[in-house]
Design a protein around this ligand. Structure first.
Ligand code: 9MR
Length: 392
């Protein structure tokens, strides 16, 4: 199908999760701490488990709903169809299900002329049967395409393939989808393309108009879904993320001025626990700039990558919870934010195990529930952030 290992590395590098070494250096008796250890020990000194105490075990979806927010998570078919305990936790905590992989091109399109909706349909029914909303992720991406795509699609037929894919998939799920990630990760100003767009076969074949085409085709196929522009790499106070924020705003302004049916912006939130935290003021400004374009905002793909934190589980869990809490406290101040979606629910099933494993081989702990499906401090941090969020 596709070279998963290659794509895996590329994806991890693009997200910047492989950059810093995780180990402190011991020279003689004196330990020299690396940047991320200092960072996490800062968190450790400032916080204790008690700081994340909440008054009840009320599930996250209920705490969020009482503030007019939707909480949910990505889940995949292999886990949800086979693990009954995980399934119950999922239903208990989540108000919306995001299919982690099952609606991607490579999953839906085994060959150029066939569609396989079986796993996506199973997930849509699972959501419906359990009173959860269902999200569409995603219709247009420049990565993880099936192998046949690269051999078959070209300048002459690209518009036909793009429109046919969107029309077939969005119509198939019409009426069942709360929101569609119509385009996913299409920005990268480093590539030097118009509007800061990332290299993509769609850009090569169709020019920048492919984005508008995709939104219009989705709107026609499913007039009731909220149409989302989902993008990564926007939260940090770095020149790279600043350039990405600027490109996003300019492109959205341009698309909105042409009447493109974009309703919401999804800001991916894979937080690197060892990284310098975001600049709250800049992040708030970015979100309110999005809101002034008339867009709703979804906090998508939230998790805290503990790959380079110290091994001690207590230290790690406090640091991870602190990141969840601090990030959500800032973004939830913006009333246009309507949903918080973690990229997984339990450490039992997380892309981080494969994409950003720890060098000491200790299991990673990026999500609200541990691998035994027990709530961690990260769960408390989310609960607390929802409890403290202004109502919308
Ligand atoms: O978590 C997903 C992983 O299981 C898949 O192998 C990978 C490729 O399809 O995609 C991961 O999810 C990505 C999401 O679809 C888009 N943003 C980045 C996510 C993490 O890589």
């Amino acid at each position: 199908m596709f070279n998963n290992r290659l794509c895996t590395r590329r994806q991890a590098i693009r997200l910047g999760v492989t950059a810093v070494s995780g180990l402190g250096l011991a020279i003689g008796a004196k330990k020299i701490y690396s940047r991320q250890e200092i960072q996490s020990s800062d968190y450790q000194q400032k916080r204790t488990a008690q700081d994340f105490a909440v008054d009840s075990q009320t599930p996250l979806k209920i705490r969020a709903a009482s503030k007019g927010l939707i909480y949910g998570a990505a889940g995949n078919y292999p886990a949800l169809s086979s693990d009954a305990n995980f399934k119950s936790r999922f239903v208990q905590e989540c108000g919306i299900l995001v299919p982690e992989n099952e609606l991607k091109w490579y999953a839906l399109r085994p060959t150029e002329s066939s569609f396989d909706f079986s796993k996506g349909d199973w997930l849509a029914k699972f959501a419906r049967d359990n009173g959860m909303l269902f999200r569409g992720h995603n219709l247009v991406w420049n990565q993880f395409m099936p192998e046949w795509f690269w051999k078959t699609v070209n300048k002459q037929n690209a518009e036909k393939y793009l429109t046919e894919h969107i029309t077939t998939v969005a119509k198939h799920y019409a009426g069942q989808v709360h929101s569609w990630d119509v385009v996913n990760e299409v920005i990268d100003p480093k590539h030097g393309k118009p509007y800061g767009l990332a290299n993509s076969p769609w850009l090569d074949f169709l020019g920048p108009e492919y984005i508008e085409l995709a939104f219009r085709a989705t709107a026609e196929s499913d007039p009731n879904a909220l149409l989302v522009f989902n993008e990564a790499g926007l939260k940090y106070d770095t020149s790279e993320h600043e350039a990405r924020r600027t490109s996003v705003l300019k492109l959205l302004e341009h698309l909105k001025s042409k009447g493109t049916p974009i309703h919401a912006f999804g800001t991916e939130s894979h937080i690197l626990a060892h990284e310098t935290p975001f600049n709250a003021k800049k992040l708030r400004t970015f979100l309110s700039d999005l809101a002034s374009l008339g867009l709703k905002i979804l906090i998508t793909e939230l998790d805290v990558i503990d790959q380079k934190l110290p091994a001690d589980i207590k230290v790690r869990d406090i640091a991870v919870a602190s990141h969840y809490h601090d990030y959500l406290s800032v973004v939830l101040e913006e009333k246009a934010v309507m949903a918080v979606l973690t990229w997984g629910l339990s450490d039992r099933y997380t892309w981080i195990s494969q994409f950003s494993p720890r060098s000491d081989e200790a299991p990673v702990r990026p999500l609200p529930f541990d691998s035994d499906l027990q709530p961690k401090l990260a769960w408390n941090a989310l609960a607390k952030a929802f409890d403290n969020a202004p109502k919308r």
